[in-house]
Design a protein around this ligand. Structure first.
Ligand code: SF4
Length: 214
């Protein structure tokens, strides 16, 4: 069986609540869309509208293969796809908010709207690590780079930046990601049970009306 997994959903399952795997993939349920998600989508669209107005010069294949040339890739244009085999065929897919190459290093950026700056929950580093892994797999032959970093930018409802958290995608980060893939796939394959977070606040904030709610 081929299981297509949106990377954002994989990250929520492994960084927020593992029972989402049962809800989303075994039962076919969908969470309610929150007002914050609607506003987040609006801010993303506005950022995309502004981004297309940035004057850009066409780059050559040589430019792409030269890490000393900075690149400002238009928003929401680069997708990633990661294939894995774990009893089933897993295909993880996603689209990155923003990718840049600066001083030879790739920066993958994810924008998040919030009323005030908050501690980043684990789902975001997992999601962005997936993008880094996918970028390396899908684009390394066309775009040269030295290191790869990921950032979460927290913005207010008008799109203004409140906080940026940046991290390098290291060997250790990749090892963490591979363990998350394996755990996710084993739960989805019904080899092991999900573990409950036992956090009532997470259930209160969750859009699923599920039987595992506490
Ligand atoms: S309601 Fe609670 S247990 Fe159910 S998916 Fe949401 S966070 Fe998980």
């Amino acid at each position: 069986m081929v299981v297509v997994v949106p990377i954002s959903e994989f990250a929520s399952c492994m960084g927020y609540c593992q029972f989402r795997i049962i809800n989303s993939f075994h039962l076919g349920l969908s969470p309610k869309v929150s007002a914050a998600q609607i506003n987040g989508k609006k801010v993303h669209e506005e950022l995309e509208d502004i981004d297309v107005l940035i004057p850009r010069e066409a780059v050559t294949r040589e430019d792409l293969l030269d890490p000393s040339v900075d690149l400002d890739i238009p928003r929401e244009t680069l997708r990633v796809l990661i294939k894995r085999k774990n009893k089933n065929d897993f295909v993880y897919i996603g689209r990155m908010d923003k990718v840049m190459r600066l001083n030879g290093n790739i920066h993958i950026i994810d924008d998040k709207t919030t009323s005030k700056p908050r501690t980043i929950f684990p789902d975001k580093p997992i999601q962005l690590s997936c993008y880094c892994e996918g970028f390396k797999e899908n684009y390394s032959d066309f775009i040269a780079f030295n290191k790869i970093f990921f950032s979460v930018i927290q913005r207010d409802k008008n799109g203004s930046i409140l906080q940026e958290d940046k991290e390098e995608f290291t060997k250790q980060t990749r090892e963490m990601l591979m363990k998350k893939f394996d755990l996710f796939e084993r739960i989805l394959n019904k080899e092991i049970e999900p573990e409950h977070h036992n956090n009532i606040n997470k259930c209160r904030a969750c859009g699923f009306d599920c039987k595992f709610k506490i």
